[in-house]
Design a protein around this ligand. Structure first.
Ligand code: 2AM
Length: 181
C-alpha cells in the first residue's frame, strides 16, 4: 500500500524558500528542499487498483495555471508544522483541491477533513509559531500538479511523484455553427 497525496510541486521555488527560511531563526526541523510542496489533498493508504482508478478519474480534471503569493507565516500547533502560505489565493486553487479530495473520497480515501488551507510546510516538530518572524514575499507558479507517494527511508521520508498532470484551462469547444460562413 502506498501513502498518497496530491500536491503542487515547489521545485523551482525551493532554493528561494530554503534561503529565506535558513537566514531566519525558523523553529523546528527544516523540511529538505526536495520535499517542499503545497498539498492539495491528503489521501492516505491506497492499493494499486485504487491508485489506478484515481489516476483515471483525475485525467479529466481541469484547472488553469496558478500563481500563489506566499506572503504569510503560520503554524499548525497539533501537527507542529510551521509554514508559509498565501493571505489570499485564487478560487481555482480551492476548487482544484476540493475536486481532488472528492475524487479520493469516491474511492474511500482521505481523512474526512473538509477545510482547505493552502500552505508549504517549511519545518516539522516546531514547538512554536514563526509569528514573530517577517512575512515572506515569494510566489509559487504552478503549471502542473502531481500525485505523490510518501516513502519512508532510513534517511527520512521522501515524496516520489507517481504521475503529474498539466494545469491548463479548459479549451472552449468550438461551436460548429461558428465555423459556418
Ligand atoms: P503538509 O506538510 O503540507 O501539511 C505527505 O504526508 C503530506 O500530506 C504531508 O506533507 C502533509 O502535508 C500531508 N499530510 C500528512 N498526513 C496528513 C493528515 N493526516 N491529514 C492531512 N494532511 C496530511
Amino acid at each position: 500500500m502506498a501513502k498518497l497525496f496530491f500536491a503542487l510541486p515547489a521545485e523551482a521555488l525551493a532554493p528561494d524558500l530554503v534561503a529565506w527560511r535558513d537566514q531566519l531563526p525558523w523553529p523546528g526541523q527544516p523540511v529538505p528542499a526536495a520535499n517542499l510542496h503545497l498539498t492539495l489533498a491528503f489521501l492516505g493508504e491506497a492499493d494499486q487498483l485504487t491508485t489506478t482508478r484515481l489516476m483515471a478519474a483525475v485525467e479529466r480534471q481541469h484547472c488553469p495555471p496558478l500563481t500563489i503569493a506566499l506572503n504569510e507565516t503560520g503554524w499548525f500547533g497539533r501537527a507542529k508544522a510551521a509554514w508559509v502560505g498565501p493571505t489570499e489565493w485564487p478560487n481555482e486553487l480551492t476548487v482544484l483541491a476540493r475536486a481532488l479530495r472528492r475524487h479520493g473520497e469516491k474511492l474511500g480515501l482521505g481523512n474526512g477533513e473538509q477545510g482547505y488551507r493552502p500552505h508549504v510546510t517549511l519545518s516539522r516538530k516546531a514547538g512554536e509559531a514563526p509569528e514573530a518572524l517577517p512575512a515572506p514575499d515569494l510566489v509559487l507558479q504552478a503549471d502542473s500538479f502531481c500525485l505523490y507517494q510518501s516513502v519512508s527511508t532510513p534517511q527520512g521520508v521522501s515524496y516520489e511523484p507517481i504521475a503529474c498532470w498539466p494545469l491548463r484551462a479548459r479549451i472552449k469547444e468550438t461551436n460548429s455553427e461558428e465555423l459556418t460562413p
